[in-house]
Write a protein of this length. Structure first.
Length: 153
């Protein structure tokens, strides 16, 4: 029974990370840490690494600490919260870096409606070069209007 609880904690953490991502993206990345995120919004920016990649480390630290502390104090819920953050980080990497920005050339010609809506929503987010007036700050949740537009094509 405890393993079901741990699985639910991991899943709930993964789901809640979408909200954490939205808040962090809007108020931190487009706020006081804009200097790290700004290069990501520059058209044609094609370096292997961006300053924006620092956010992978920023999110990895609490995940790693929770997992380490959750193991060293006897397997407990902290480990599974860290695991949920880690799983979200993997999903974020796959979605944002691979599927959307094509930093690794996989899924280039997918016709999947969810992935097409995801790309459209992120493209709308990137139409704003500056930190003001943005929209679509989340990563995995895509507003319905982006699916409707893609179904008409």
């Amino acid at each position: 029974m405890i393993y079901v609880f741990y699985a639910l904690v991991t899943l709930l953490t993964f789901v809640l990370m979408e909200g954490v991502t939205w808040l962090t993206h809007k108020y931190v990345m487009h706020g006081f840490l804009w200097y790290l995120h700004e290069d990501h919004h520059q058209p044609g920016y094609t370096r292997l690494f961006e300053k924006n990649d620092a956010f992978f480390v920023i999110f990895a630290v609490p995940s790693a600490l929770l997992m380490i502390y959750g193991l060293t104090t006897g397997l407990n819920v902290k480990f599974f919260i860290g695991l949920g953050i880690l799983f979200y980080g993997f999903a974020y990497f796959l979605v944002h870096e691979v599927i959307i920005h094509q930093r690794i050339r996989w899924f280039r010609n997918t016709k999947n409606p969810y992935l097409a809506g995801l790309r459209k929503a992120h493209k709308v987010h990137h139409k704003y070069i500056g930190k003001e007036d943005g929209e679509c700050f989340g990563m995995l949740y895509v507003p319905q209007k982006y699916f409707i537009q893609n179904e008409k094509k």
